[in-house]
Design a protein around this ligand. Structure first.
Ligand code: ADP
Ligand code: ADP
Length: 224
């Protein structure tokens, strides 16, 4: 990931908010980076752009060797589906679908055939140790189990990049540590991870902390 002079401005009626102010940073393949900073400094805006959910107003965003800034929604969705997995603070599982079906969704979106889907879903459910709950619904699981399902869904497509937004924010410390161990394992297998967190404890699982303030990086070189 190479971001140069990235700008994002939100405009509502009278007010203009500069969320990203000529932000620049570089994240190498295989890194595990924590992004920290006070509320409102632009962390979510940055993750949305890195996740190709939103488009910057100006600047350059090179992902996987390709200039993404200026891509339309369809082009972004195409790159997103095949390369990026998301883990959110609130899990964001679909309550009406079982564990298996939730994790299967990204494979359906990318057109994987049923037999291969079953194999891949089972493999990843084993990895996060939730196979025994495959036919349960999210509400029947503890918070830690739900987040493990969410991590399984994020990685089932073998993404190059995982974006995690406060992944332990709704978990107690023991479940939180389990999720951090899981992310660490995925990183050791080669997946790049960018994690927004308020937790200094969680940040220590990363290689590097990027600190942000007012839409800019304060420092991107605090080695952990
Ligand atoms: P963080 O995730 O670090 O809390 P955000 O990226 O959510 O920060 O927000 C950065 C700034 O942009 C804040 O001042 C916030 O109020 C503003 N902002 C975020 N989203 C919107 C939006 N949809 N409309 C208007 N302002 C927004
Ligand atoms: P935690 O203390 O980690 O939040 P819970 O007390 O929520 O855990 O859950 C303990 C165990 O009970 C978990 O294995 C979970 O899957 C199971 N469980 C919790 N709620 C339900 C439910 N409504 N139906 C079936 N199993 C449940």
């Amino acid at each position: 990931i190479k971001i140069t002079n990235l700008e994002k401005v939100y405009r509502t009626d009278e007010v203009e908010t500069i969320a990203l102010n000529k932000l620049s940073m570089e994240i190498k393949k295989g890194e595990f980076v924590a992004v920290m900073g006070p509320s409102g400094c632009g962390k979510s805006t940055l993750l949305n752009i890195l996740g190709l959910l939103d488009d910057p107003d100006a600047g350059s965003f090179i992902f996987n060797g390709q200039e993404i800034a200026g891509f339309n929604e369809r082009q972004r969705a195409d790159v997103r589906k095949r390369n990026i997995g998301f883990v959110f603070q609130s899990f964001n599982l679909i309550d009406e679908l079982t564990v298996f079906e939730n994790v299967e969704l990204p494979l359906i979106y990318t057109g994987v055939k049923a037999a291969e889907r079953k194999q891949k879903v089972e493999e990843v459910l084993e990895k996060v140790q939730i196979m025994h709950r495959r036919n349960h619904y999210p509400q029947q699981l503890s918070g830690g189990q739900q987040q493990r399902v969410a991590v399984a869904r994020a990685v089932v497509n073998n993404p190059k990049l995982i974006l995690a937004d406060e992944p332990t924010g709704n978990l107690d410390s023991s479940n939180g540590n389990e999720v951090m161990e899981l992310l660490t394992n995925l990183n050791e297998q080669g997946t790049t991870i960018v994690m927004v967190t308020h937790s200094e404890h969680d940040a220590r699982y990363s290689h590097r902390i990027i600190r942000m303030l007012d839409g800019q990086t304060v420092t991107e070189n605090i080695l952990v």
